[in-house]
Ligand binder design. Structure first.
Ligand SMILES: [Fe+2]
Length: 338
């Protein structure tokens, strides 16, 4: 059975836009020349969200989910920093992902359908940021909650442009961990099984001091942290996530049904989708199914390119408005629906 058009709701499209705005870049003063410690690569852990755990809102604000009036419970925390390569150069187009437990220590990850119902319904639990030319990233989230067996920590995944592997690390708090009821937590930085494997220099680089945000009365805190990659980004850097418009060329399909041929330049490990036929009634765009061959089965909604060069796809649905929109995701980005 061939896939039907898959409709993308408004909030998903807003995510694409917010990624573009987020990568516009900003500056922070105060960094001093220092010896760089390569960020330790530690376990991704079991709670990197699955496609159906992740909220449609995947931006860099984990505190407010979509247009919710209520925000997540917890100490609002800002993390700003840069992605640097092994030589200390800022890395443009690095995908930074952050995920962590809510105030009570529950992740949004769930092996069932949808997100973990125990997780704070107002907490996004996961966010992404694509760095601009200065390498900076910024997240607003809450102080991570504690769960049995670990001390307090954030999870980070950083994917450099041109690479298909997500480098995972974790940051902690340079403090004694207390539970929400004020009891000293059994697992501290000194006996946490992830942090215990790090060298003193690595620990110093990832155990962070959070300071009060001046001028606020709500207890907000901030910190600065650079992710220093052991890799040097592949040059040239490839496009940021986005899309382009394309017209389809009418060609003979199988039997009597015509198809529309789209050819464009693709990059390895980028995920491509094709959209068309927005309807005014509900402002929905349809992700159209397609085939990689002129007469083969219409059998997919997305395609991950394996090499750089021309990619041709064949769509059966005509572009009622006269154009298709080809949308693409960078390597390492979540490639959930459609
Ligand atoms: Fe964790």
């Amino acid at each position: 059975m061939k896939p039907r058009p898959f409709h993308i709701p408004v909030s998903r499209r807003r995510f694409f836009k917010s990624m573009a705005a987020a990568s516009a870049g900003f500056t922070l003063p105060g960094y001093l020349a220092e010896v760089l410690t390569t960020s330790p690569i530690v376990t991704q852990g079991p709670y990197y969200p699955l496609a159906d755990d992740i909220p449609l809102d995947k931006d860099n604000d984990l505190v407010q989910l979509g247009d919710n009036l209520n925000i997540a419970t917890g100490v609002v925390s800002y993390i700003t920093g840069r992605v640097l390569d092994a030589s200390g150069n800022p890395v443009k187009n690095a995908l930074v992902e952050c995920w962590h437990a809510d105030h009570e220590g529950d992740y949004l990850y769930s092996t069932g359908t949808g997100r973990n119902p125990a997780c704070d319904a107002n907490f996004a639990g996961f966010g992404q940021f694509l760095t601009g030319s200065s390498g900076y990233f910024r997240f607003r989230t809450i102080k991570a909650g504690l769960y049995t067996g670990r001390t307090r920590h954030y999870h980070w995944g950083v994917t450099l442009p041109g690479r298909s592997t997500r480098s995972c690390t974790q940051t902690g708090w340079n403090e004694v961990a207390y539970s929400n009821t004020g009891a000293q937590w059994a697992t501290q930085n000194s006996n946490d099984n992830v942090f215990a494997s790090l060298t003193a220099a690595q620990k110093a680089a990832i155990l962070l001091d959070f300071l009060p945000v001046e001028g606020t009365t709500t207890g907000e805190v901030y910190t600065q942290w650079d992710f220093v990659s052991g890799y040097t980004p592949v040059e040239p850097t490839y496009p940021a996530p986005g899309g382009f418009l394309a017209s389809g060329e009418l060609v003979a399909g199988p039997g009597s049904s015509p198809r529309y041929k789209l050819t464009f330049r693709a990059y390895p490990n980028y995920c491509y989708e094709v959209y068309s036929n927005p309807t005014l009634a509900d402002l929905e765009w349809a992700a159209l199914p397609f085939s990689l061959t002129r007469t083969g089965a219409i059998d997919r909604h997305k395609h991950v390119a394996t090499a750089e060069g021309p990619l041709t796809i064949y769509v059966e649905a005509p572009a009622i408005k006269g154009f298709y929109k080809v949308s693409f995701r960078v390597p390492g980005a979540n490639t959930g629906t459609p």
